[in-house]
Design a binder for this molecule. Structure first.
Ligand SMILES: Nc1ncnc2c1ncn2[C@@H]1O[C@H](COP(=O)(O)OP(=O)(O)O)[C@@H](O)[C@H]1O
Ligand SMILES: [Mg+2]
Length: 405
């Protein structure tokens, strides 16, 4: 009988996994709060349940009788995957790992216990406690909800006048009313993907994250690979990734550690225990030849030593993901039609063009990563060539001239 895999979430970012699992011959079940989610029609069976609804997903999984459960891109689905797997005794991360990987306060406590470098932090209940922290540590600081993702409710604060609104914003986006303040770490930001097998972490990709300036603090506007890292920083980063996976007590899985290379070397901002969204799977695939979706599916079905048996795809020496946001609105002369999108896709080194705005949609306010409405993925013989190609394609997409023509 065909094996049944439950993929939690049926949104745009889950579609590639739904398609891949079906292509592998699995029966694919999926759940989402939105019955019109694009993955709903692509799965064998769709059930309506929110990604964060553990009891609802457990009920569906029990009735259907599944062999594995997984998610990708969705932070809220991570604890749900763990709860479903525990209830049905299936392979996945434990509820404790899921908690440690999604609660930034518990996560940073665990980092300290395991010797993972992370910026000084504290839970705050009000602006007075935020102020006390800045008296001790100075500015700039970052204020963020303990449980949330996609940069929601996260601010950089440079002086006292900015504290009040940042604290208010973080609480407004903190579902459990827990908020933290931490020291801002200056330096280039490095995103890593890694596969954990039998407690050992294997690095898949190391890329640089280019972020928007405040007030859109922390939102990635580009990813570029490979990252330019010194050997010492690389070594420190590897050690930190291994310790961080131990800190979140993960035996098998996929992790997404996010670093700043600060004045004292790599400093870990957070680690997620899932395939990242925002085309990071494409970055990992491009530079390593390994499709994290294949790894996740195999691990969800309980296979061991997945990495060495995963299909190797061709690799590229340079890859850039360039996102489009409200910051590009001024340069957007007209919305691209099908023809223009096809012409951009045909430009040199362009691997993919994703345009996610419907004609009637207004350009979304850039308050979180979900407000990025388009992306171009460019490859090249090195990172610089990929950048140049992404920029040429961007100009054309936005309605300028095709500088490569
Ligand atoms: N302490 C910090 N120092 C410098 N930048 C930070 C810090 N904390 C967060 N950021 C920026 O904000 C982004 C989002 O923060 P992060 O802790 O990863 O939360 P999220 O779960 O929203 O991704 C980071 O990718 C980084 O660009
Ligand atoms: Mg993050």
């Amino acid at each position: 009988m065909k094996q049944k895999l439950l993929i939690i979430g049926a949104g745009r970012e889950q579609v590639p996994a739904i398609e891949r699992a079906r292509a592998l011959g699995l029966t694919v079940l999926t759940t989402d709060i939105n019955p019109a989610a694009p993955g709903a029609a692509l799965a064998d069976h769709f059930y309506q349940a929110s990604t964060d609804d553990a009891p609802g997903n457990i009920n569906i999984a029990r009735r259907a009788g599944i062999n594995g459960v997984m998610t990708l891109s969705s932070e809220t689905a991570v604890p749900t995957v763990a709860a479903v797997a525990k209830d049905l005794a299936l392979p996945a991360l434990s509820p404790r790992s899921a908690m440690l990987a999604t609660d930034k306060l518990a996560m940073k406590d665990a980092f300290l216990r395991h010797g993972v470098p992370t910026s000084p932090y504290r839970r705050i209940r009000d602006i007075n406690e935020a102020h006390d922290f800045t008296v001790e540590h100075g500015f700039p600081v970052v204020i963020k909800p303990a449980v949330n993702s996609g940069q929601r409710g996260t601010s950089r604060v440079d002086d006292y006048t900015g504290l009040k609104s940042a604290v208010r914003k973080a609480f407004a986006h903190a579902p459990d009313q827990r908020v933290l303040i931490e020291v801002f770490v200056p330096g280039p930001e490095i995103n890593v993907t890694a596969v954990v097998e039998d407690t050992q972490s294997h690095l898949i990709s190391i890329s640089e994250r280019v972020t928007a300036a405040p007030p859109h603090f922390g939102i990635a506007v580009a990813h570029a690979a490979p990252a330019h890292l010194g050997t010492e920083d690389q070594a420190a980063l590897r050690t930190a990734v291994q310790r961080a996976t131990e800190a979140i007590e993960l035996r098998d899985g996929i992790v997404y550690p996010q670093f700043i290379i600060g004045p004292q070397g790599p400093c870990l901002l957070e680690i997620a225990a899932r395939i990242p969204g925002g085309f990071m799977r494409e970055v990992a695939l491009g530079v390593s030849g390994i499709d994290l979706i294949d790894v996740a599916i195999a691990q969800a079905l309980g296979e061991r030593e997945v990495l060495k048996r995963t299909t190797q795809h061709d690799i590229v020496d340079g890859l850039v993901v360039r996102f489009f946001t409200a910051l590009d609105a001024d340069r957007l002369k007209s919305r691209p039609d099908k023809q223009r999108l096809a012409a951009v896709a045909a430009m040199p080194g362009i691997q993919a063009v994703h345009w996610q705005l419907d004609r009637a949609d207004p350009i979304p306010t850039l308050a979180h990563s979900g407000a990025r409405f388009a992306a171009i993925i460019a490859t090249g013989e090195n990172r610089e060539q990929a950048w140049a190609r992404a920029e040429a394609a961007s100009n054309y997409l936005l309605g300028g001239s095709d500088s490569s023509a």
